[in-house]
Design a protein. Structure first.
Length: 117
């Protein structure tokens, strides 16, 4: 384990206070505990993106398979993204927003707006 400055902690070596809770058997990634500048957790953002993806696909009246074919992604990838089992990559975001006819930023803005509603 290393700290933000790159110093490594050997197993059994006392950890600084702010890292103890991370090393207490609960496995949390930095992404899971970090909040965005807007105060939204990464988990909330992922759920909003997944919900927005599902809603937009439904609005287009497409099955997951049809949506996947049109974006060049696999049906399994679409299913996992919609179920919040997989984070969307930048390449996938570009493919999905292209099919929807919006910019990647507009897609993310719409997902974020749903959190405020």
């Amino acid at each position: 384990m290393s700290n933000p400055n790159g110093a490594k902690f050997a197993p059994g070596f006392p950890l600084p206070g702010h890292l103890k809770s991370l090393h207490s058997g609960v496995k949390m990634t930095t992404m899971e505990i970090r909040r965005t500048q807007t105060g939204i957790t990464v988990d909330q953002a992922r759920r909003a993106v997944a919900a927005h993806l599902r809603a937009e696909r439904a609005r287009m009246d497409l099955t997951q398979t049809q949506f996947a074919e049109r974006t060049g992604l696999s049906t399994n990838t679409i299913r996992r993204m919609e179920n919040c089992e997989r984070a969307m990559t930048l390449d996938q975001l570009v493919a999905i927003s292209g099919l929807l006819g919006v910019s990647p930023g507009a897609f993310l803005d719409a997902a974020q707006a749903s959190l405020r509603e």
